[in-house]
Ligand binder design. Sequence first.
Ligand code: SAM
Length: 418
Amino acid sequence: MGGWYLENTKDDPAEELVEVAVERILPGGLGLAHADGRTIFVALSAPGDRLRVKIERVKGNVAFASVTEILEPSSVRIEPPCPYFGRCGGCDFQQMSYAAQLEAKVEIIRDCLRRIGGIEDVPQFQITPAPNQWHYRSRAQWQYDAARKWLGYFESGSRRVCDVAECAVLVPELQNTLSSLRGQMEQGGLPDDARDFRAVVGDGDVSISPSVRNPIVREGASTKRPLGITRTIAGETYGLNAESFFQTNADLLPQLIEAALHDAQGESAVELYCGVGLLTVPLARRFTSVIGVESDSSAAKFAQSSLRLAGLSNAKIAKEGVGNWLAWNQQNLGSASLDFLLLDPPRAGAESRVIADILRIRPKRICYVSCDPATLARDLRKLIPGDYSLKSIVAFDMFPQTHHVETVVQLVSPQSDN
Ligand SMILES: C[S@@+](CC[C@H](N)C(=O)[O-])C[C@H]1O[C@@H](n2cnc3c(N)ncnc32)[C@H](O)[C@@H]1O
């Protein structure tokens, strides 16, 4: 077991090797261990592993380490099935059984809410497993090294491309797209100035950016922008393309939408960071009036066209940065008593002025959808003392084989009926 770890060992007399026992997995996916009075963060480890590790980097009393030898494997350790494991920066949880991955993610969320969010009694919550632990990604970004003719993902902690022929987390349509791009790369058919390729799967086809001649993907017109395609989720049809954000794991989206909207209904709802309208369309079916805010112009256009396609004229999209939009509109929103505010920001979370304006608007209910438990907890630390209580937490394993996890948190104000 652990062939990659052994290959990684270098015969260097200056290297520092330490024996450690991994206690648990931390936010960010590294294992926590202690040795010689130092805290040691170990990449690609499993809780319960006894390991020999190499110290890669030291920062004060903290060291970052990589595994050189598995002295005693954890009971949850499994052989990582992917041949690129350890080199490719894509998947950092393949060394753990799926049950252990889920357990680690629940612990990561709890840890963030407790330590960063300052929430002392984090309620019990469930994580919904992914229906497919492999072959689930329907959106991908492949890095391209034109000089070496390599196409794949960045190596972990580096900007060097790990050349990947087969990726075990891609849905079959995207694996075919990757194989087709690689075929063109080998024949010199990819543009030399491209740095990366993005692709997303629609109902019947794949959108790719930058556009390339390809029998299985749609070509962009004369511009380099990819054409829009459609994707149907829970009975609603959305426009999208490879450049606009779309959730990676379509299998879990009906449940994610249900958890985010839950029993919400009423007069007015605002959705910040609305993307192509995945949550805006279902919101517009439940609220009399809805505004979605999105800064990316193609995503905002797709959101508007998805609403039109659904025949919903009670929702509109503001193509604007959330910070500015709230600054301009918080007075109106605050005086109108907003029923529901949903935010689904990128990994960095919401800007602090966004949180401050949300607290000024005082929506009756808030739903925070997050792909990073640390920034979610940071933002909740400010929202909850602003007179909100935590109504529920649910997690979704949108990204099996990685430490990433999606969390949906519902907050209610005393003014809320539920
Ligand atoms: C995590 S995605 C969520 C999108 C949508 N809720 C969904 O589930 O498909 C975050 C979105 O926020 C947008 N975004 C990022 N920063 C923004 C900002 N400052 N103002 C408005 N939108 C922003 C991104 O373009 C992206 O579409």
